[in-house]
Design a protein. Structure first.
Length: 318
């Protein structure tokens, strides 16, 4: 099976347990994305279903066997209550699970901020309901994965055998609370508790941060922790394109990465013009299906079939 395990679910309706904060709505990212997705002009009250329908249609028309769709938990205060004022993006677990039921090609990946007062109960609930992993973005959800206060949560994740997909290094889209929380070394505590950890983007800091790097830290940690992995999501886009070459240049990294897209971040072959040449870039640019285009770009760059298929096995789907 070939699974794109890093596809963001987007929702706006509060009755779906979703929220997009004013900062994101007023900024350019929202309008750029809706226009790129062909959803510009869709009424906001209909955007949730339109986006989900688009995911299903593209998945059906691609070679992929499925998409891992990501929920996104909010920011919590010191008492474990949702902090609505600081939460800029929220996609509820129930909505993620419900959308996952709409197609056998959609696999829910729920999200839990371990600061929430019912974190362990919620973990047990969503695992029972069918989540295949847990997604976190510590930078923007405002928690330190290395905080000893979360040790019991990590132990429960290990006991349940559910993998963690955690953003690593700098966050560029969801307003961050503390970028240091994305450092890969902050994941040592869950790793030491036995959690299978997938470091999103292999801790690549991104094009916007050329002088502050975390990739090498992640790479060094692979030798220390057999349960540490990475995903190559966004590495076919302008935001992190340079890291796919670093992954492919390392035998160790190639053995420990899985495929993802970071959709709706657009895959753009033009950033690989020097490696692929004009003819190949034109061919890839004509692929309208974003999931098919992302996979085709990776294959053109030399990403192996083993990498393409590894995510399904790691998530227990193969």
């Amino acid at each position: 099976m070939i699974i794109d395990m890093h596809v963001h679910l987007i929702g706006m309706r509060e009755e779906n347990g979703c929220l997009i904060g004013k900062k994101l709505l007023r900024g350019p990212a929202y309008h750029i994305l809706t226009r790129a997705l062909g959803l510009d002009g869709v009424p906001r009250e209909k955007l949730d279903d339109a986006y989900a329908d688009r995911l299903i249609a593209w998945a059906k028309l691609s070679e992929l066997d499925g998409l891992g769709i990501l929920a996104f938990d909010g920011v919590y205060d010191s008492s474990g209550k949702l902090d609505a004022q600081r939460t800029q993006f929220l996609v509820g677990n129930d909505y993620c699970l419900e959308v996952g039921e709409r197609s056998p090609l959609l696999f829910p990946i729920c999200s839990i901020n371990p600061m929430r007062e019912d974190a362990i109960d919620e973990l047990e609930r969503v695992v029972e309901a069918g989540t295949i992993a847990i997604k976190m973005l510590p930078n923007s959800q405002g928690f330190d994965p290395g905080d000893e206060a979360f040790k019991a949560f990590w132990q429960k994740m290990a006991d349940l055998g559910v993998p963690l997909l955690s953003h690593t290094s700098f966050e560029h889209t969801i307003p961050p609370i503390d970028q240091a929380y994305g450092k890969p070394e902050r994941l040592r505590l869950p790793l030491e508790q036995g959690v299978t950890v997938i470091a999103a983007h292999c801790a690549g800091a991104g094009t916007a941060h050329p002088f502050r790097e975390d990739f090498d830290t992640w790479h060094g940690m692979l030798e220390e922790h057999e349960n540490l992995w990475g995903d190559i999501s966004a590495m076919a886009s302008i935001s992190r394109y340079q890291y796919i070459h670093r992954v492919l240049a390392s035998e160790l990294a190639c053995e420990r990465v899985v495929m993802g897209s970071d959709f709706p971040v657009p895959a753009n072959p033009i950033v690989f013009l020097r490696q692929l040449g004009w003819a190949e870039v034109r061919r890839l640019s004509k692929i309208e299906n974003p999931f098919a285009r992302n996979a085709a770009i990776f294959r053109a760059l030399g990403v192996s079939e083993e990498i393409m298929k590894r995510g399904a096995a790691l998530l227990g789907l193969a």
